[in-house]
Design a protein around this ligand. Structure first.
Ligand code: ZN
Length: 338
């Protein structure tokens, strides 16, 4: 049996030879033979965009990819209370791999004209997706046109490791000038609950450890919002409790243009939206998480608000459409350009 590369190389050589002949004849038989066509370069490997930018009224919004790991799932991360086969069937119907997926990890930078506001900080050196597969935000700011020292405000939807992991680099704040904003309820929970006896494998244990290493050292730079509270002009918090006790979404509006940053209201753009009632592995209160998903999806669908979904596929910008079962994610195309 031939090696898989055998016939391909042969075809490529034949094509190159054919192209050289064609070039020679088009040039009308010049004296020296045409330069041999260089061998194609070695494959570069897959490439994906690392940032995405659009205007929202006077705001400029940039989403930045913090991780690219392909992991097991979406079951049980989504559909923990269902049979794996049911989730796998939904993936198959949607032309997706049945047992592997690549969640987005997508911090959002908003330039309001007055301030540069970062929503969530990715995995950093010690988050959910370790380097080199995640924790990319620090490296991706430059190519996206920003420096960490330019960030005025860091908003945290909640305090899970994949959202606060990027706050610190080598034990120092990555954003030296920034003030921080998170939910009052969220902060109170993690600052007052002792998870040191939980198993080190548990998300609550890791979150509480990162609270100590990343949040506590800059506690004096935090301010806290409650639902409907203002983060900056045009930016307000929305209760999205369930995933964590104080998880918040945010509503942004500039010159009548609106956007929802919904943090972890979806862990998979197909499964979470098709079945908001399915339990999510990382939701601390499963029923509250499900109720929140329905309420937030309904709001986005009914009011046609574009969404940045932290764990939806990069660029993690899309719309929510009412569908026969529940909801459907419609990934952005040119809606912000027309
Ligand atoms: Zn998350």
């Amino acid at each position: 049996m031939m090696s898989p590369s055998g016939p391909a190389v042969t075809r490529r050589e034949a094509l190159a030879a054919g192209a050289a002949l064609a070039a020679g004849s088009l040039l009308g038989g010049c004296e020296s033979p045409p330069d041999p066509i260089a061998a194609p370069p070695a494959p570069e490997g897959p490439a994906r965009p690392s940032h995405y930018r659009f205007r929202l009224g006077d705001f400029e919004v940039t989403t930045i990819s913090d991780a690219g790991a392909v992991i097991d799932g979406p079951w049980p991360i989504v559909g923990e209370d269902r049979e794996p086969a049911e989730v796998e069937r939904l993936m198959r119907e949607n032309l997706l791999p049945e047992k592997k997926f690549r969640p987005g990890f997508t911090p959002m930078l908003v330039h309001t004209g007055r301030e540069l506001i970062l929503f969530d900080t990715g995995n950093g050196p010690a988050g959910f997706v370790p380097r080199p597969y995640g924790g990319w935000l620090a490296e991706q700011l430059g190519p996206a046109g920003f420096a960490p020292g330019q960030v005025d405000v860091v908003v945290l939807s909640h305090l899970h490791p994949d959202h606060v992991g990027g706050m610190m680099e080598n034990g120092k704040p990555l954003f030296p000038r920034a003030r921080y904003v998170t939910g009052q309820v969220e902060y109170d929970h993690w600052s007052s609950t002792d998870y040191s006896s939980a198993s080190p494998e548990e998300n609550v244990y890791k979150t509480s450890r990162l609270f100590q290493s990343n949040v506590a050292p800059v506690a004096d730079r935090f301010s806290f919002v409650r639902p409907d509270g203002e983060v900056a002009p045009g930016i307000h918090a929305i209760a999205a409790y369930g995933h964590t006790p104080g998880h918040l979404a945010f509503h942004l509006e500039s010159r009548g243009k609106r956007l929802l940053f919904w943090g972890d209201c979806a862990h998979h753009e197909v499964a979470s939206l098709a079945h908001p009632e399915w339990h999510a592995l990382f939701d601390m209160d499963k029923e509250a998480g499900a109720r929140t998903r329905r309420r937030i999806y309904q709001m986005a669908a009914e009011e046609r608000i574009p969404v940045v979904g932290y764990h939806t596929s990069f660029p993690s910008v899309g719309f929510v459409q009412k569908a026969s079962s529940a909801y459907r994610w419609v990934s952005v195309t040119y809606q912000f350009d027309a």
